[in-house]
Design a protein around this ligand. Structure first.
Ligand code: NAD
Length: 484
């Protein structure tokens, strides 16, 4: 049974239930993750609260020294972390290495906190009166993570939170808790004071306790839309700051003037990379015009058939498994119903022979229409949906009709079309000839509509804003009392 990390100690959970962490490529059990309780949360918050006053008073330049040390340790252990991600999540080693790199970039960016959290000052806002605004840490923050990026997504939050002078309680996904445990072992080696960062394992009970705990100032969440809504409403009702990033349905539009072979391979990589388990994964490819549709269909089908599926630890594999049998069954159900609703089966990836884990090969479905369930629901699996659109206007109207608005991409060589797309498409992260438009650590990350609940997004400057309170002080110091 794996342990919580509370006040600098690996501590047994008070929960009596546990969840089996399974390698999805082999179905081998890797560990038992405890399903923690509200009492575990109380203990972690108490440790975080106790650590806060001294941590807040530690100069920001000293606080980031721990992150500089962590960055070095992460570099030294990057390969071990990538292998851990592949083993517990299933994505290929190449993909896992990329996600470790993205996580390290969060730490690097948070190391800039001395500059990032600087405030503003203005003399003489009135005669003899000066005004200053500082960014002040607030206390204990909580983070709740999904399964699909075991290293990176939790690091969208806690490096920024602690560099800004807060303390933190993380709940990783119970399906992939092992990578964060390795990262916390590295954090402990930096000498970070006890209680600054804590980890409680579990599911709904821990999440609900974090969302309602009176001493928690704010909650960062990433996961599916129904749970994001639940976290947003529960934590906001308890008076907390909330940033809750939800699910997605991402459209990719191909115009007749696009560079077709690049558009096709970029779209396919976006859809099937990480076996489709990315919130920025493309899903529906909207080709404008019959000719574009036929060219894109032929190229995507040819490439999709060549994708090698297997254990992501093998260098000869292009795509790993999905996370669980339940996830595989859900994706198969979506494909089945799409076929019943009239989709054309162009590449059938459902039969993976005698592979032992939760594998699916890429499936390509054609003649997708907006009414079909599969064109509206998040698939989170390697399924390419091909649809025809009449024009760019039609494409934008189609994708803007989705309740989700995480990302969308346009493939074109026409600047005016690119400008119209950037101006009119509803999603808050857009790509022009980019398949996975993921904002880097120093920009902010988050979608719109049902893909994001809250006001202030993740990492970049928004992360600094989320984890600090702006305090304005207006001062009058008088030599000559006649001007009071
Ligand atoms: P999930 O919603 O099932 O779980 C996310 C977290 O919530 C986990 O820590 C889990 O323990 C907890 N949880 C699950 N059910 C709960 C409940 N009923 N009450 C309270 N807490 C609960 O999501 P997942 O399957 O782990 O992750 C995949 C989802 O995450 C996809 O929808 C994907 O689009 C989304 N995601 C979004 C982004 C983004 O930036 N918008 C990034 C990554 C993943």
């Amino acid at each position: 049974m794996i342990k919580n990390y509370i006040g600098g100690q690996w501590t047994a959970s008070q929960g009596t239930n546990s969840f089996a962490v399974v390698n999805p490529a082999t179905t081998e059990e890797l560990a038992q993750c405890p399903m923690g309780t509200a009492a575990d949360v109380d203990a972690a918050v108490a440790a975080a609260q106790a650590a806060f006053p001294a941590w807040r008073q530690t100069p920001v330049n000293d606080r980031v020294q721990y992150l500089f040390r962590l960055k070095q340790l992460l570099e030294e252990h990057a390969e071990e972390l990538a292998r851990c991600i592949t083993t517990e999540h299933g994505k290929t080693l190449v993909e896992a290495r990329g996600s470790v790199r993205r996580g390290i970039q969060m730490v690097e960016t948070a190391c800039g906190m001395p500059t990032l959290m600087m405030g503003d000052i203005l003399e003489d806002i009135a005669a003899g009166i000066d005004s200053q605004a500082v960014r002040r840490p607030m206390g204990v923050f909580a983070g709740i993570a999904p399964f699909n990026f075991p290293a990176m997504v939790p690091m969208w939050f806690w490096p920024f939170a602690i560099a800004a002078g807060n303390t933190f309680v993380l709940k990783p996904s119970e399906r992939v808790p092992l990578t964060q445990m390795k990262i916390f072992e590295l954090l402990a080696k930096t000498g970070l004071p006890d209680g600054v960062i804590n980890m409680v394992h579990g599911g709904k009970e821990v999440v609900d306790a974090l969302c309602t705990h009176p001493e928690i100032q704010g909650v960062s969440f990433v996961g599916s839309t129904p749970v994001a809504k639940h976290v947003y409403t529960t934590a906001a009702a308890a008076g907390k700051r909330v940033q809750a990033l939800g699910g997605a349905k991402n459209f990719m539009v191909v115009l007749p003037d696009a560079v077709m072979d690049k558009a096709a391979s970029t779209a396919l990589e976006s859809i099937i990379g990480c076996a489709g388990e990315r919130c920025l994964a493309g899903s529906v490819v909207l080709s404008v015009g019959d000719e574009t549709y036929d060219v894109i269909k032929d190229r995507i089908c040819e490439e999709a058939r060549s994708i090698r599926v297997g254990d992501g630890l093998s260098p000869d594999v292009d795509m790993g498994p999905v996370i669980s049998q339940a996830s595989k069954d859900r994706i198969l159900g979506l494909i089945e119903r799409a076929l019943e609703e009239g989709a054309e089966l162009l590449v059938d990836g459902r039969d993976t022979g005698d592979l032992p884990g939760y594998f699916l090969k890429p499936t390509v479905l054609g003649n997708i229409t907006p009414e079909m369930e599969i064109s509206r629901e998040e698939v989170f699996g390697p399924v390419v949906l091909l649809a025809k659109a009449d024009s760019l206007d039609h494409s934008i109207a189609w994708l803007n009709d989705s309740p989700y608005a995480n990302t969308a991409t346009l493939f074109t060589t026409n600047g005016a079309a690119a400008r119209q797309f950037s101006y009119e498409a509803a999603p808050a992260m857009l790509g022009i000839n980019i398949g996975v438009p993921a904002p880097m650590a120093f920009f902010s990350f988050g979608g719109a509509k049902d893909s994001f609940f809250g006001d202030v997004k993740a990492h970049g400057r928004a992360g600094v804003e989320f984890f600090t309170q702006e305090v304005v002080t207006i001062q009058r110091w008088i030599k000559d009392s006649s001007i009071w």
